[in-house]
Design a protein around this ligand. Structure first.
Ligand code: XMP
Length: 310
């Protein structure tokens, strides 16, 4: 594919479609939404407002990191604190699809609905990629950012149009475009991270304290596996507990699963043979997190597993 021509065509598409109106987009710091942010700003300049929605489900230090990276690119990003909205919407939910649905609803209807009304934007630019659409349409998993393809008319439901300039690309294509747009390696080479964020890595209820546990484990896994160059790695908090011993006393503690997978485009994936020494170090650090007394490594390929747990 000629990615330079793709970039020009998509900038033209955004400019022509939005016309004199204004647009808004949510930046998560991942490669998909970062590419959309740059394409959108090239097409619309300051008629595009870019927001970072803090949904309480982010990794450690994320709002600060994203703000810094885009300040360096000369693109202003407004941080919107929506932590309470998301935590309230997720309270008491354990079913994976209900959790995803609650995140979608909170994001598009409540948080974005309000932002769009306040800003007067007519369009939302979106980082949906082809794999998201295919898996949702196939009924495998409801990706948080799929609307039209599952029969939701965003204009009717939320009062704005959605543009998806990356809908024909897969992850490898998006990275190629990101490099051509001059995004820094910390964004172009970053491992994929799902829109519903750490909620996809908590089996069972998402609460502030369970988020703190999986966030701490995620930071450890990402640090230990940072230079491996594999497709994706993560920590997952299970809903089961296991008996352990801490300071000579019985403890019924949390279980963290570590997953590291190789893949080209996330459609199929295999578990990576992480050196035993590294796994042992991860296990030892993860079981220092308060309340966690077990650390497992997941060997399952996709299929039959998916990459995320929720
Ligand atoms: P699964 O778990 O479906 O993941 O095998 C495939 C790839 O997609 C990412 N993923 C998502 N990305 N919104 C996203 O933007 C989502 O709802 C979502 N769910 C999964 C996942 O991290 C993996 O790279």
């Amino acid at each position: 594919m000629d990615y330079k021509a793709f970039i020009e065509a998509r900038i033209g598409f955004i400019r022509d479609t939005v016309g004199d109106a204004s647009a808004i987009n949510a930046l998560s710091g991942g490669v998909d939404s970062s590419v959309v942010t740059v394409l959108g700003h090239r097409a619309l300049g300051d008629r595009l407002k870019t927001v970072f929605v803090d949904n309480a489900l982010m990794r450690e230090g994320e709002p600060q990191r994203v703000n810094r990276a885009f300040a360096d690119l000369g693109i202003p990003v407004e941080v919107v604190d929506a932590r309470r909205d998301f935590l309230q919407a997720l309270a008491g939910l354990t079913d994976p699809e209900e959790k995803r649905e609650a995140i979608t609803r909170t994001f598009y209807s409540k948080v974005f609905g309000e932002l769009v009304r306040k800003s007067g934007a007519k369009y939302l630019l979106h980082g949906t990629i082809l794999t998201d659409i295919e898996e949702t349409v196939a009924g495998i998993k409801r990706q948080h950012n799929i609307l039209a393809q599952v029969g939701i008319d965003p204009q009717e439901a939320y009062g704005y149009h959605v543009l998806e300039p990356l809908e024909t690309l897969r992850k490898d294509g998006v990275r190629e475009v990101a490099r051509l747009l001059g995004l820094p390696p910390e964004i172009t080479d970053r491992i994929p991270f799902p829109g519903p964020a750490l909620a996809t890595r908590i089996v069972g209820e998402v609460t502030e304290s369970r988020l703190a546990t999986v966030r701490a484990a995620t930071a450890i896994v990402e640090e230990e596996l940072a230079d491996t160059g594999v497709f994706q790695y993560m920590a997952v908090l299970l809903s089961d507990k296991a008996t352990g011993i801490r300071n000579g006393r019985r403890e019924f503690g949390e279980i963290i699963v570590v997953r590291s997978i190789d893949s080209v485009d996330a459609r199929v994936a295999t578990a990576v043979e992480v050196p035993w020494e590294t796994l042992r170090r991860i296990c030892s650090r993860v079981t220092e997190i308060p309340g966690v007394n077990r650390c497992l490594y997941d060997l399952t390929p996709k299929p039959p597993a998916t990459i995320e747990y929720v």
